[in-house]
Design a protein around this ligand. Sequence first.
Ligand code: C5P
Length: 216
Amino acid sequence: MARILITSGPTRQYLDPVRFLTNASSGQMGCALAAAALAQGHAVVVVSGPVQLEYPPAARLVHVVSTEEMLAACQREFSGCDGLIAAAAPCDYRPQQVAEQKLAKTGQPLLLELIETPDIVATLAVEKRPAQWLVGFALETHERRRRALQKLQKKSCDLIVLNGPQAINADANAVEVLDRHGAVVLAAEGAKASVARQIFELIERSLIRPHGACDS
Ligand code: C5P
């Protein structure tokens, strides 16, 4: 049995008490991966941003809102885990200033200065123990394999799941999974539950039990 940390869903970066930056990630892929891992008898912790769906009750769920909170929760949880599947779509930017009061209209353009949020996978890659494994996701619209491989390398992942914008907030997905050499080790298409099962089988084969060892 492995202990697996899964990040899932979007994050929010508030610019005033009621407005925030986010994206349309639904958390469905993270949810399907959690179900696939649980079905194989593994223990799962899901760190999720705000979503509408319900994660499998057998997963331990940690709710977060911002990318900084997602990072802090992952840093707490990862030391007790064997690997990370980073299916979340955290906001990459946050407003430099967060207004304490609701921003009022002025009739003028509103200029927002945005700064980068921390990268969760890249941070855990630096802090991780050698035996811990990392699987990232890359959503790309062009030069897909090249850009995905760059992300895998930058974030020191063992595998990266490449998908496209059609994956966002959809029931189905089409993915390729690349290894560290850029080889396509899996191509899968269909309902997210089925794609997640195939991704998870690959993770089991190549990262959880790479030598065919079985545990009980
Ligand atoms: O946003 P980007 O394309 O770099 O995301 C690729 C991978 O990095 C995904 O696995 C995503 O969950 C992860 N990520 C992260 N922290 C961020 C942004 C993305 O862990 N701030």
